[in-house]
Design a protein around this ligand. Sequence first.
Ligand code: C5P
Length: 291
Amino acid sequence: MPATAKTFRSPSKLNLFLEVLGRRDDGFHELETVMVRTDFCDELAFTEAENGGCKLAVAGAPELARNVPVDESNLILRAVREFQRAANVSTEWKIDLLKAIPMEAGLAGGSGNAATTLIVLNELCGNPLSRVQLHQIAAGLGSDINFFVEDCVAGVCTGRGEQVQAIEIAGPFHFVVARPSTGNSTPAVFNKLNHSDQKRDAAKIIEALQAGSVPLLQDALFNRLTAAACELNSPMKSLLQQLATVCGRPAAMSGSGSTCYVCCHDEADANVMLHRVQTLKPDFAAILRTL
Ligand code: C5P
């Protein structure tokens, strides 16, 4: 009997706060960031491969799918290899990725794919690895993967971003996001950063999330990488300013960009804001909700 595919959602995140605390000797930056998981997802389907050898296939809108590598440079296949090694399993899978989350967008689509792969393979194999072991693999693969492995709606992430403290929030929160056609390279943005002596902390964002207060939340949005990213991506700089103007509220950038967003009061408000944002003709715009 042919093996049947099992399909899973692979979520994205938004950064509501991001402070860079310093540059480390290993070239990475010490961060404090607050992330929320959103309902904007890719889909990953896993089928046990009959003839051996892991294969990744990508589908979705051509402008999204065509840039996704399907070789071992893809975090999904790297996650499979690391899982097989750590769990000592030789099962191979055919993996189908339905791409919805743009790359170089600050939404951690690729990191979400890697985390989903680790969690799903562990489940499909009868949970040979503990959550701590999954976290160890995740930290070796990238800085944003642990947030998704933690399986929380919101978290304060420190270190390179891989140390996650889950927080309870009074959601759901709604956001309208928009991205220009050009993405941002994360290393390039970090390299452009002018380090400031004045550091902010995440207390106000956490308070706003826990109180369920959109006014408090939008006043406390902060991302230290914004100025550097605006220098590198002038269409994004314009989009960020226009978002704030057409929506009449603060706009912020997620991660190293180039996705920018505004906070909305509820679904109805988000629909009104999405309509206004679409008049700016961004490459991509959508309503995202905390999961
Ligand atoms: O860990 P990840 O693959 O997401 O990081 C991509 C790049 O972003 C790193 O190679 C590094 O240049 C930069 N980065 C950083 N400090 C972090 C996270 C990422 O400098 N905390």
